[in-house]
Structure formats: structure tokens, C-alpha cells
Design a protein around this ligand. Structure first.
Ligand code: NAP
Length: 292
């Protein structure tokens, strides 16, 4: 399996396993030294794509925590310019909750703060975190297109979207990535055609929550068939889940979260796992029977 894939239609190649940086900044986050070590270990292990968001933080008084952390970690690295950082705007964290705000004003304000927090002049990939039901998608994406025209962002991505929403966004600007929840146990983006659409339009599909998600990964990792395959390949069940995703489509990138060094170093090893056709069939069958 190819360990690097082109990011959308850019000439940038990213490692198929990226770092989902969210657990470094939510409630229960590790101390700063450990968080910086996780990012450093990811880069040392060959990773070059980090996913962030302004709202990866505790609450609205802490917005930008994750981006500032990434900027601090990269400032210590010699080859930081080779690391692609993707961030997002379009949500808020009132009193620690999660709400959507895709208004052009909030997106602009968020992007300008992200530029400061990431300590950069231009963000390589800026993603709309989620469509806002109260704001026409064309207004939200239109503002991102203006931020791109002004040079504040290089490329635009979407998150938590359907094929129809991607098509609507594409009618006004170029989109290089789509980030939806996707893992062995939650396959909506395969079922509703989003992954296929991305393949056909040279858009990277970034699978978020790829090992089951922030709250469910530990339970998912105990799955019987995953354990059997992990034993066969002498790897972790997490690596089997990630290898399965990467095998499903040449457009997929996975961004497992990590708050521990051991988690991200283990996940990075998934790029070396070669699942057989039979392994893939077994995993598909189990998922299809609903007992996975
Ligand atoms: N666009 C969106 O709306 C959206 C929503 C959710 C997430 N995301 C993005 O997707 C990323 C991943 O999602 P997620 O963090 O919610 O869920 P996830 O990646 O499915 O699970 C993350 C948790 O799994 C554990 N883990 C991961 N790999 C492991 C391994 N190899 N061995 C042992 N434990 C492992 C980590 O535990 P430890 O913490 O103990 O290391 C981590 O906290 C996020 O970080 C974020 O960047 C985006």
C-alpha cells in the first residue's frame, strides 16, 4: 500500500496516517509537555499532516488552544515547513458545548484568529467544520473563497457533509478535502456515496474518528474479529481498523487522535499492515451482519 497520498489536487503528498490533534486540547487533556511530545513523536515517525480546529479547547475562553500548541511544537522542529497543518472554523464552544456558526462574519473572525494562533501568514487547508442549517452553505463557502482570494488560506475543505453539499460548494470554489466520521463501525460515507464522489473528483477523504471515536475507541478495540486479525498480523486492533480504512479507497487519509505517544506511534505503523483480500472480506462480512 502506498504510504503517502496526494492531498486533493495539490502537488503535496501526505502520509496516509495523520494526527488528529483534538484529544490534546479537550477536557482531560494531557499536560503541555506530553502534548508537545505527542506531536514531536508523530513527526519523528514520518507523519506530516496534522488536523486541528480553533474549537479544540475546553470552552469559549480557551479557543485556539490546539492551534497554539501545534505552533509551539512546530517551532521546535527543524523541518516544520514540511508539516501540513489543516484547521477548521464554523463552530463555537459556549460553556464547553458545541454549536454551529457558519456565518461569514464568524468564519472570517475565526480564520484571522487561527492565523495568529498558528503563527502563520497563510493556512494550508482551512475546513468548514460543519454546514450551518441557519446559513446558506454558499454564504459560508463563499466567505472561505474570499479568504482564499486574499491569500489567508491556500485551500478549502469541508467537513460533515453530503454529496449534495459538496456539489453545491464545488459550484462556487475548488474543494480539496472532505472530512467525515468514518470507521469500520460507522460507514455512512461509503453508503451515501461521499467517498466515491471524492475518488471521482480528486478530493481527499479525511476519515475522522477512524478508530471508533473519542468515547468509543476502547470498546471498539476489543472487537473479537479485530483481535483475531491483530493476532494474525502481530499488530494492534487499532492498526487493523486503520489499515482497513486505507485499503477501502485510494482517496482516504485517516487522522487517529492521540493524547499518548504510544497511541500515535502505534497508529503510524498501520501504514505497513498488508491486509489480504480474505481479511478485508471477513471485516466487511462482520460489519454487514451488524455484529461488529
Ligand atoms: N470534523 C469533525 O467534526 C471531527 C469530529 C471528531 C474528530 N475529528 C478529528 O478526528 C480526529 C480523530 O477523532 P477522535 O480523536 O475523536 O477519535 P479516534 O481517532 O477514533 O479515537 C481517538 C482515541 O483513540 C485512542 N487511540 C488512537 N489510536 C490508538 C492506538 N493505536 N492505540 C491505542 N489507542 C489509540 C487515543 O487514545 P489516547 O488519547 O489514550 O492516546 C485517542 O484519544 C480528532 O482528533 C480530530 O482531529 C473531527
Amino acid at each position: 500500500m502506498n504510504k503517502y497520498r496526494q492531498l486533493g489536487n495539490t502537488n503535496i503528498e501526505v502520509c496516509t496516517i495523520g494526527l488528529g490533534a483534538m484529544p490534546l486540547s479537550l477536557d482531560g487533556r494531557p499536560d503541555e509537555a506530553q502534548a508537545l511530545d505527542v506531536i514531536e513523536a508523530f513527526v519523528a515517525g514520518g507523519g506530516n499532516f496534522i488536523d486541528s480546529a480553533n474549537v479544540y479547547c475546553i470552552d469559549d475562553s480557551d479557543v485556539g488552544h490546539n492551534e497554539k500548541l501545534i505552533a509551539r511544537a512546530l517551532s521546535k522542529l527543524e523541518d516544520a515547513k514540511n508539516i501540513i497543518v489543516a484547521t477548521k472554523g464554523g463552530l463555537r464552544r459556549p460553556s464547553g458545548g458545541w454549536t454551529v456558526d457558519g456565518s461569514p462574519e464568524w468564519l472570517r473572525q475565526s480564520c484571522e484568529k487561527s492565523l495568529q494562533d498558528l503563527n502563520t501568514d497563510s493556512i494550508f487547508l482551512y475546513q468548514l467544520h460543519a454546514p450551518d442549517p441557519d446559513v446558506p452553505l454558499t454564504d459560508s463557502v463563499g466567505e472561505l473563497a474570499r479568504l482564499k482570494a486574499e491569500g489567508k488560506i491556500h485551500h478549502i475543505g469541508l467537513s460533515n457533509v453530503t454529496v449534495e453539499q459538496i456539489q453545491l460548494a464545488l459550484s462556487i470554489t475548488d474543494i480539496i478535502s472532505v472530512q467525515n466520521r468514518c470507521n469500520l463501525f460507522e460507514q455512512t460515507s461509503f453508503e451515501n456515496g461521499v467517498v466515491k464522489f471524492c475518488e471521482e473528483h480528486n478530493i481527499s477523504f479525511i476519515a475522522h474518528s477512524p478508530v471508533g471515536g473519542h468515547f468509543q475507541h476502547a470498546q471498539r478495540a476489543e472487537d473479537r474479529l479485530l483481535k483475531k486479525l491483530a493476532e494474525k498480523h502481530a499488530v494492534s486492533t487499532y492498526q487493523i481498523m486503520l489499515a482497513w480504512l486505507l485499503n477501502k479507497s485510494p482517496s482516504i487519509l485517516a487522522i487517529p487522535g492521540a493524547s499518548k505517544i504510544s497511541s500515535i506511534t502505534d497508529s503510524l505503523r498501520a501504514i505497513n499492515v498488508e491486509l489480504s483480500k480474505e481479511d478485508m472480506q471477513l471485516l466487511e462480512k462482520q460489519q454487514g451482519s451488524g455484529c461488529a
